[in-house]
Every structure is written in structure tokens, then in C-alpha cells.
Design a binder for this molecule. Sequence first.
Ligand code: MEV
Length: 404
Amino acid sequence: MAKKYYELTPDERLAFLNLTDQAKTELQANQSDSNAQIVENYISDFRVPMGLLKDIVIDGRHVNVPMAIEEPSVIAAANNGAKMLNSGGGIAVKMPERTVMIGQILFHNVDFDTLNQFVNIHQETLFKIAKHAKPSIYKRGGGLVAINVRPVANDDISVDFKIDTKDAMGANIVNTILEAEVTLFTEFDTHFLGAILTNYAMGQLVTVSGNATFETVGGREIAEKIVALSRFSKKDAYRATTENKGLFNGIGAVVLATGNDWRAVEASGHAYASQEGHYRSLTHWTISDEQLHGELTMPISVGTVGGVISAMNQAKNALDMMHVKSADELRGIILAVGLAQNLAALKAIAAGGIQRGHMRMQHRALAVQVGALPQEVPILVAKLNTLSQVDTEKATEILMEMRK
Ligand code: MEV
């Protein structure tokens, strides 16, 4: 019997596609045995550039942070933002004493008091079920911490389980516990909708803050413009979306480099950005004590062990570079990078626009795109930097000229 597609080897899967020999060779060169085990129908790894944010001071510690991202200017900007915040003494991190992930059991058409009373009466059993379902997390000092019955709308009710997943991101831990807990709610069977973790990580709400001297941001006038830009994006969803996108340039790049789930982190951030009923920017800049002061608060769910992170050496290497000891520490680092990224963007905008810095970085990608060899790239980029209008045609023409 013919094998199903998912049963084939990566090379056999590639053979199904109508590829040039060069494409096939490149895809094969990027295959890895370990990643082949992670997803279905694996054909190759997709490589993204990884660069370093060299030195950001977080709670007094100098950290080098790996960032994986395709956008050329992001890592340069993060370094720039970090320098400005380091000048003000570095970034401080605040978080709850115990961070928890939340799981939901969802009910509809149910009376709040009846369900609430049921949960109260069965507290002890619910805690026992959790321990029995996932003893390994209890051995590591985690487990179910609290249960809360929360009215959503009319007779829609969520029973929220707060679970300490220690250094794991914890999606599997939470879902395993929830599915075991559901068995106790048989008398509510007709009202039961489903059980799943929430990515709105309100039990992992973290604040980072830092200062930058007027001098490093380009003077008091620029600092005041940054504050005005920050105020603007509290009220305008158009500007807030772009500002948050820039923030997630930095956050997402560290989340990806460490093998974490950037979709979960972004979804949580955007939900928090809308918590007042309209979408706003997540950072907040003011002038305080004759310095520019920035703050960022958002829920962030990441891990340093477990699941895919422990299966991917590249994620472990990235965590090693930062000498990270816990998921809580990683949360602080990621948001610190976000704050630095945001400051660099606001400073560039306030000081006359991002395009100059941006285009210099884009020119490198353009040089590679038109076929420049590594030794030709810096020469071609230097020539492109002197021009006001640059496109593929122009870059190709200069490259050809260089080769004469
Ligand atoms: C570009 O990727 C990100 C920025 O647009 C962010 C911002 O406007 O704040 C520069």
C-alpha cells in the first residue's frame, strides 16, 4: 500500500514538489533531524537571521539578548534604544510574587449562584484532581493555586483555574489539568462548552520601566515630542497599532529566538491594549526628574523549559547566551527589549523620521537580492546610501558597473 504523505521522509516529500535542483539542494541543506520530529509533513527548516542586542542593563545585570527577525533595521534600533535606557541606569522589572497561567472551563445557560456554590463545595476535590492529573508540576513546586468563578455575560460563565507552571510556558500542563477537572462537572454536562487555557495571561502581568537622559535622546525638545507621540497613541488606534507593531518587533524577535510562542505573546498584548474599551499603545512615556521616563506593562506567557523549547537546541543556545535562570526572568528581558525598541522608534520619528536609518539597513538586503557577493555588499551599500532614489534596477546597474 502506498505510504501516506505524512509517512514519507523529508526528501521523499520534497520529491512531490516541482522544484529546481538548486531549490531542492538549498532546502535539503537546511534540514535538521530534530526539527523533522516537531511538525507534520516536515520538509526543511526556515532560517531567519539572528543578531544580538549587545548589552541591555536589566535590574542591574548586563544582558546580551539574541533576536531572530527578518526586518533589517530592528536589531540596530534595539541596540540604540538599549544604549539610551542604559544611560538612565537601566531597566527595572516588576512582577507578581507568583506568576500563574489561567485555564478556563466554559459554561453557558447556567445559573451563576448554582455553579459558584458547586465550585465552593468541591474546592478540596478540585485541588486533589489537579494534583493527580499532573504530579510532575507539583514536584517542581507548581500546581493549582486558585479557582475563580467569573460571570461573562448573561448566563455564560467561566470557571478560571490559576495554575503555577513554574518555568514551563505551561499550555500542556494547564490543558491536562482542565480536562481532568471537567470530569467533576457531570451534573453541568448540558451547560458545558469546553475547557482550554487562555492566552490572556493576566496572571503574568509584568511592568518594565526605565529612564533616558535628554542628551542621549537628542535634547529636551525631542524628549517632549516622544511624550506627545506617546499621548497621541493612547487615543488614536491607527498610531497605536503601528507603535505596538514596533514594540512587537523587539518582543517577537526574542520570543522567537527562545523557541517561545510569539502568537500567544502578541495576542495577549493586543488584548491588554484594548482593556479600556479602545485600542491604545502599550508603552507610556513621560518626563520626570528632568529625564525621559518610559513604562511598559503587559501580560506575557513564556517558558525556559518544556515542550518545543527543550527539543530545539537553537532555543536552548539562545537562553544560554542570556544566562537566564527562570521564565520570570525571561519575561522581564523580553519586555525590556520591547521598551528599548519602542524608544528607538519614537526617537527616530521625533527626530525627523525613520527612513534614513531604515533605508541604510534595507540597502544591505537589496544588495543581496540583486546578487552581490559578500565582499561586494559593503561597497554597493555605500554607493546606494549616497542616492536619494534606490530600486532593484538601480542597484543592479551599479553592481554591474562595479564588476566591469
Ligand atoms: C517599523 O517596523 C516600526 C515603527 O513603525 C514603529 C513605530 O512607528 O513606532 C518604526
